[in-house]
Design a binder for this molecule. Structure first.
Ligand SMILES: O=C(O)CCC(=O)C(=O)O
Ligand SMILES: [Fe+2]
Length: 210
């Protein structure tokens, strides 16, 4: 049986417009225009209200590793409820397994260098971040705007780069089919060259969150 904190490509592919990347190395799907532009604009407004410098788990000595700004979006906001309802309709993942939705904002020159979204079981911060809810299962990420230049998300192991586009969803399983953590999910939120980039990320966990 599938863990209630996970979904499957079969489920996701039932949604109109969802396409799966043909790859044996990663389970990754996209859906253009998953969110309507007015909802994207509302979410951008919430991110602008609350943003603070981003942080990373397992500090690695590179102060320029994740230079964007971030915020946890307030789950009681109508726009966030609307987003959550759309994600649940798509993926069927038990909302109890979801982290609060995060917003990210990147200005020109800001990026999030190559990383995986799961926590390294050997990492110094594993216990701190994973003792209650377990590791991350799936990542759902949505671009909220078109970016004038730059800001793509590159998965270098599988040789695939996605361009930001308002409302476009990108989601992937952080595990392989056999349940092991998938290093081929390594990805880089590349530097914005012109304009500003906004995304939301929703991560799900093996066990209920908090
Ligand atoms: O902004 C991007 O393209 C990637 C964001 C990301 O990987 C993350 O927030 O974990
Ligand atoms: Fe990421």
């Amino acid at each position: 049986m599938t863990n209630p904190g996970e979904t499957t490509s079969t489920t996701l592919l039932q949604w109109p417009g969802v396409r799966q990347l043909p790859s044996a190395r990663i389970t990754l799907l996209t859906c253009p225009h998953f969110l309507p532009e007015d909802l994207c604009a509302e979410l951008i407004g919430l991110i602008d209200k609350d943003r603070r410098p981003s942080t990373i788990a397992d500090a690695n000595g590179d102060d320029y590793f994740r230079t964007s700004e971030t915020c946890d979006l307030d789950a009681s906001e109508p726009a966030v409820r609307d987003l959550e309802a759309r994600l649940f309709a798509l993926n069927g993942i038990d909302p109890a397994h979801g982290e609060p939705v995060q917003g990210q904002r990147y200005e020109v020159g800001q990026e999030f260098k190559n990383h995986t979204d799961y926590f390294e079981p050997q990492g110094a911060d594993f216990h701190k971040f994973c003792s209650v809810a377990g590791n991350r299962t799936w990542t759902f990420m949505i671009y909220l705007n078109d970016v004038e230049a730059g800001g793509a998300t590159r998965f270098k192991v599988v040789g695939k780069t996605f361009q930001p586009e308002a409302g476009k969803l990108l989601c992937w399983d952080n595990h392989r089919i056999d349940g092991s953590l998938n290093a081929a999910t390594l990805h880089h939120g590349m530097k914005v060259r012109k304009g500003v980039k906004y995304v939301i990320t929703k991560w799900y966990r093996e066990r209920p969150w908090g």
